[in-house]
Structures are given as structure tokens and as C-alpha cells.
Design a protein around this ligand. Sequence first.
Ligand code: NAG
Ligand code: NAG
Ligand code: NAG
Ligand code: NAG
Length: 423
Amino acid sequence: MKQVLQVRLLVLLSSLAKAAKLHQEAVSCDSFQCNLEQGWAPRPNRSTLPGNSIEKCCRPTCKRWTCSKGYKAHPDYYNNVASSNSACCDRLCSTVPCNASFGVPTRMRNVPGKTHEECCKPLCSQHLCFGSWAPDPRKAHQAGSSNEECCTASCAALACDASKGYKYFLERYERAQPAKNPTDFCCQKTCPFYQEHCGEGRGMNLADESKMSMTVTERDFQNKCCEPKCSSVKCQAGYILDPTFLNYLVSKIAHGSEGCCLPTCKAFECPAGWMKYHEADNFVSPYLTKDDCCLPTCAVHKCGKGWFTSTVPTKLAKVSRSDRTCCEPSCAAAGCAAGLVLKPNAFNISSGSTCCEPEMCQELRSKRQQVKYCNSVAEEAKCNMSYDVHDVNRFSVAPCAWSSELKLCLMDSTSVLTDCGPL
Ligand SMILES: *[C@@H]1O[C@H](CO)[C@@H](O)[C@H](O)[C@H]1NC(C)=O
Ligand SMILES: *[C@@H]1O[C@H](CO)[C@@H](O)[C@H](O)[C@H]1NC(C)=O
Ligand SMILES: *[C@@H]1O[C@H](CO)[C@@H](O)[C@H](O)[C@H]1NC(C)=O
Ligand SMILES: *[C@@H]1O[C@H](CO)[C@@H](O)[C@H](O)[C@H]1NC(C)=O
């Protein structure tokens, strides 16, 4: 009994499975929807096809196709039932082979195109770059036909700023500018580039055009461009730098380096009769005079009325401008030794000379007359009124005296007088 039940159960189960299978085979794709939006189109004769799955009932459209490299999808093809680059994609220019001296420009690589004509353009190697443009070797093998595509800026396109001390490197004028420091490559440095670098006490003569246009380097600009300024001049002893010219180039100064310096009184030579005034040693002037640097001594003093130039060296060396210090008074106040009297012109002669004369001088002056020789006088009375002048040693005079023995008028040699005032 139990056995029978089991057999029936098995029969039942297997007939159920059979029924299910029959049912499945009986379902047709007719009732299966292929989603076009998702890239599925129904297979042809679908009504006759059994099945109810995408695989059995649908075929993929281009929408489900991924274009290979070098191809590009296009919405126009989305609903095409196909699965290939040729049916679903546009070919791109990047896949088109160009013949020699042609290439696909970068901007066209992703543009649809199939033919040489559509896609290939001449290579930059065929383009002539000139003027502000120079050939760019990196671009020679890419397609292009404009300066912008094929060339790189040449040195001519760069301004070598003369105001900053640059000038064009003529041999490189048409060459390509390097990416780094193009100015260093295209431009040369001239003196003014280094004008702030001459250093302490040196500078440049910017007005010297031929010098300033010289090409120089870091190493030689000092020698070629820079010159000393007055501030670096060493003045000779007794001179100091003229503060007015410190910042001037020596070459611009009249008289060169000497013109940078001013004399101090220390360097001044006082003329004869003037003495150095040491308190003025540091006095400075372009035109020093003896009055700036020296003091007059009595030697250059002009004695006033009633005063007489001295001959005493110690007196003459004194620094003074006063008559009292520098000059000799007249003989007026002089005293005379016994037997001597003041000369009659005592007021008019210096006390430094001989002020006094023998008393006899007055007799000669008032009572006698000068003769050439006493013995030329024949009469006694006239002989008593004459005197003779001798200039043997010093100026000397002697009265004449009558010799009664010889009956001759003779010079009285016992009374020779010296130092008489004017007779
Ligand atoms: C689909 O049907 C057409 C005519 O209805 C027939 O000629 C063709 O052979 C069928 N194709 C398939 C794959 O059954
Ligand atoms: C390059 O290809 C084009 C198009 O196919 C052709 O017209 C032209 O003559 C070719 N040029 C050279 C140099 O081969
Ligand atoms: C002395 O000088 C005065 C003027 O100062 C003059 O008048 C006089 O004649 C002079 N006398 C002599 C002796 O030179
Ligand atoms: C001349 O002088 C002498 C001496 O003083 C005197 O003796 C004599 O008498 C004088 N003769 C005359 C002519 O004055």
C-alpha cells in the first residue's frame, strides 16, 4: 500500500514537471517586450520564436555598442540593429593615414573623417616661420599652417629693454626664444644693466653713448663701464674732498682728480712777510688768499705818518698791524750823549738811525760854506768861513783853518766830523 502511494506521488510529480515544460515551450517572444531605450530591438519573426528573455527575443542595437579607439558613437545610429564599429560609429580622422609631409592636426584627431582630404593637412615642416616667429622643431611633425600652430616666438618678438641696459643679440634675432629666461638668450647686457653695481666710489658715465652700448658681462663690466667718482680720490696733503663733487665722476671734473679736492690753509704758502695762521689750517676754499690763511708781519706793514720802517729783524717778524709795534718813532724824543745834539731833521728821521750830531755840525751849517778843497781858498777870513767834505770812510766833513805859517787854508784834520745832519 505504501509502495503504491509512493509510485503515484512520483507519477504526479513528473507529470507536473512535464506540464511546466510544455507551458514554457509554448510561450512566444510575441509577448516579450524588448526595451529599445536600453538598446534592445526585437528579433525578426519574433511571433514564431518561443521564449521570454532578452537573449531569446531581442537583438542589441548600436546603443549598446562601445566604439573602439579611433571611432566615435553618434545618436543617429543608436537604433540601428548592429554591433560593429563600421555600423555604429563614425571613423575619426586620427585613424586616417596621411602620406609624407601631411598629418592630422591635433584639433582634428577627434573629428569624424575618413579621407586624406578631410583629415590630412600639411605638416608644420612645410610652413615658413619668419619675422617674429621661428620654426619650432617640436612642432615640425605636427600638422599646421599658421604661425601660431607651427612656430614659436623668435627673439624679434621680445623687447630687449634699452632702458634696463639690454640690446638685441643680433645673431639670435631670428632664433626661437627659449622657454626659460628668454631675455638672457635674446638680449645682451650693456653697461647700463650694471649701473647700480659699480660699487662704492664708482659710477658710470651714462652720457658716453659709445661706451654705454658696449656688450659686457658680469666679469668685465667693472673695467669696461665703471669709473672712479671724486669720493674715491685721495687728495694730496693739505687738501680735502670737495663735498660738492663727491658724487661726480672724476672724468667729468675740470682738472681731473685734483678738481675733486679743495685746498685747506694747511696747503697754502704764505708770501714773504706773512706768517701761517695755524688756527685757520682747516679753512677750505677754492680760492684761498693770504688773508684767509696768513697773518701779516711788521715786514709788510706800512708805517703811518711820523713812524719809520724798522730794520730790526725781531721787530719785523712780529705779527702786527700797528705802527707802535712795527715802526720806529722819529728821533724827536731821542736823547743825545755829551757833545752831541739832535739833528735838525730829527722829526723827519727814524730813531733807528743816528739821531744826534756833533755840536760843530751846526756851526758848519749856519756859519760856513762848503768848498771843494780848503787849500783852494786864498783869504784867511774866507778860510775861517769854509768847510771841506770828505767821503773817505764814512761821510765826513771838516772845517777849514788858516795856517799863518804856510799862509794857506788847510783842512782842520783835528776836527773831522761824522754824522752831521743835512748841512
Ligand atoms: C521568417 O519569416 C519569413 C516569412 O514570414 C521567412 O521567409 C523566414 O525564413 C523566416 N525566418 C526565420 C529565421 O524563421
Ligand atoms: C598624398 O595623398 C593625396 C591624397 O591621397 C594625394 O592627392 C597626393 O598626391 C599625395 N601626395 C604625396 C606627396 O604622396
Ligand atoms: C720834515 O718834514 C716836514 C713835513 O713832515 C717838512 O715840512 C719839513 O721840511 C721836513 N724837514 C726836513 C728837515 O726834512
Ligand atoms: C781866523 O780865525 C783865527 C782863529 O780863530 C783867528 O785868530 C783869526 O783872527 C781869524 N781871522 C780873521 C780874518 O777873521
